[in-house]
Design a protein. Structure first.
Length: 528
């Protein structure tokens, strides 16, 4: 059994500034004066004033030797013992069994007031491809038990991997029944493609439940919004059941934001301040690694995860580095800016990183886990002019063309794009030229519907029917709620579209609406 104590160094490293270090030194003096801490482990609380783990536990970013473990300590637990402005030591145990009789590792990390008493422990030293159980302890209180699986060893041949991907969980318009079902899936991990929260003020119409407060802008408002979402037992169960790979889309900050451009009447400077609050709350509330280097209004969530030699997953950020949407952020005809080669959805650094990574990858399947639809989604004005959804890759056709050409010219193995955002299910082949169906198919895009956003939905909608008729490269549409599971072997990729009959009432039931497969080495998706 190994013991890891993440020390002050880690705290210093987390915040990384001299000012934080000084603040920390004064907290040490303050807590020595209160005398409620044990000597030698001076930030460990003997007791708390309420149950501290009200937002549950989570794990994330599985690696062959570990993962991130997360929790966050409730204010109510700390204020009654005078610890609200002090760092608090959070202890964790990792075991091979759910009853914690065979411990694999114990350790601790600091939950600091600067980071809302969130705790992130980056675990190393575990065995690859294995399930572990974990729990946290603070002041004699024990958290719920979480379950996390390590990734297969680097380069290992893997017979099969299963995971789920999901997005868009508007709290007001639907119950998190999809997450309840997802938490019971037999999968190794899950991927969240964004819209974990919605920033809007409380809806004025009748909804199944309500946001607290106005549209969120400040750190406290973002923190409270996450806390409200995370109070949902289904969301907590989904996090406890498996590690999650997280990325954000627009609503974690502001609807349809692009780089420094807000949708609302905010200046770039105001949006940067808002981003700093939004990103800090996101980091605090998610099982993310310190390597996201959150720094004020900047946070790097694009990153690469490997699952043996089977899957290389490129997690993308199509918000923070993009050019402002051209013409409009809605669905409109083209304009000069739309076809400018200067327009980018990835930003040059992320694009170079992605293109270089794909060019040298020898993984069996190369996944882009990202936010907005890559596939052309042709629409039409009343006058019969083509329209483009400018907030999606459709708004950035030059860079999309370069991406698709790159997939073709590097002959990277089996590219698969996973997408959220659009609150509906779609399956499409990625052609190098969407206007020419005889052009090469270089990959497949699986777009997963929302978990709850949009309410119950319907199997077919007018919008879905119209889009299908304009876009012959699209193979499938469905407008219900749910998520997608992927079963991946060296030979075949299978996406199962799981839908929920209703989210407007608790207890919705799950069914598999459609199953699509891609065979390794033969581009093009087929319905099973
Ligand atoms: Fe959404
Ligand atoms: Ca979105």
């Amino acid at each position: 059994m190994k013991t890891t104590d993440l020390q002050w160094y880690d705290l210093f490293h987390l915040n990384g500034t001299r000012r934080d270090f000084l603040r920390l030194s004064s907290s040490v003096a303050a807590l020595l004066a209160t005398g409620c801490y044990r000597g030698g482990d001076e930030w460990s609380l003997d007791s708390v004033s309420a149950y501290p783990f009200t937002l549950g536990v989570a794990s994330g970013d599985p690696a062959p030797d570990g993962m991130v473990l997360w929790t966050r300590l409730a204010k109510e637990a700390l204020e009654g013992v005078g610890a609200l402005s002090n760092p608090v030591r959070a202890h964790f145990e990792i075991a091979h069994d759910e009853s914690f009789t065979r411990l694999a590792q114990t350790g601790s990390t600091l939950a600091t007031p600067e980071l809302g008493h969130s705790a992130h422990a980056e675990i190393v030293g575990l065995d690859p491809d294995r399930w572990y159980f974990y729990r946290w302890t603070v002041g004699g209180e024990v958290s719920a038990v979480g379950r996390a699986k390590t990734a297969p060893a680097v380069g290992a041949s893997v017979d099969e991997l299963r995971f789920a991907f999901a997005s868009c969980q508007h709290y007001e318009v639907g119950y998190f029944t999809s997450l309840e079902h997802l938490s019971r899936e037999d999968v190794d991990f899950a991927v969240h493609l964004g819209d974990y929260i919605y920033e809007y003020a409380e809806h004025d119409r009748d909804t199944v439940r309500h946001h607290e407060g106005p549209e969120i802008v400040t750190l406290d408002q973002y923190r409270n919004r996450y806390a409200q979402y995370k109070s949902d037992p289904a969301l907590q169960a989904a996090h406890a059941a498996m590690p999650w790979i997280m990325t954000f889309d627009d609503h974690e900050v502001d609807n349809n934001w692009a780089s420094v451009f807000a949708q609302d009447d905010q200046s770039p400077e105001q949006l940067m301040l808002r981003r700093a609050s939004a990103f800090q709350a996101y980091y605090e509330m998610m099982p993310l690694r310190v390597s996201t280097v959150r720094n004020g209004p900047n946070m790097q969530v694009y990153r690469r995860l490997n699952f043996g030699g089977l899957i290389q997953m490129n997690v993308l950020d199509t918000r923070q580095y993009r050019s402002d949407q051209p013409c409009s952020d809605g669905r409109v005809p083209t304009c000069a800016k739309h076809i400018s080669p200067e327009q980018s959805i990835l930003g040059s650094a992320q694009r170079d990183w992605l293109f270089e990574g794909l060019a040298v990858s020898d993984a069996g399947w190369n996944v882009m886990a990202q936010q907005v639809m890559v596939t052309r989604l042709r629409g039409e004005t009343d006058e019969g002019d083509d329209t483009w959804a400018m907030d999606k890759w459709d708004g950035y056709p030059v860079e999309r063309g370069a991406f698709l050409d790159h997939l073709e010219s590097t002959a990277v193995n089996n590219p698969i794009v996973l997408t959220g955002d659009i609150h509906s299910n779609w399956v499409a082949d990625l052609h190098t030229d969407f206007d020419d169906l005889s052009s090469p198919v270089v990959g497949t895009e699986f777009v997963g519907t929302s978990l709850s956003s949009g309410g119950d939905g319907a199997d077919m909608t007018n919008g879905g029917r119209a889009t299908l008729s304009h876009n012959p490269h699209i193979k499938f549409y469905n407008g219900q709620r749910g998520y997608v599971t992927a079963t991946v072997t060296p030979d075949i990729w299978t996406s199962e579209y799981k839908v929920i009959d209703k989210v407007s009432e608790p207890g919705g039931s799950l069914s598999t609406r459609a199953t699509f497969v891609v065979e390794s080495g033969s581009p093009g998706v087929q319905e099973d």
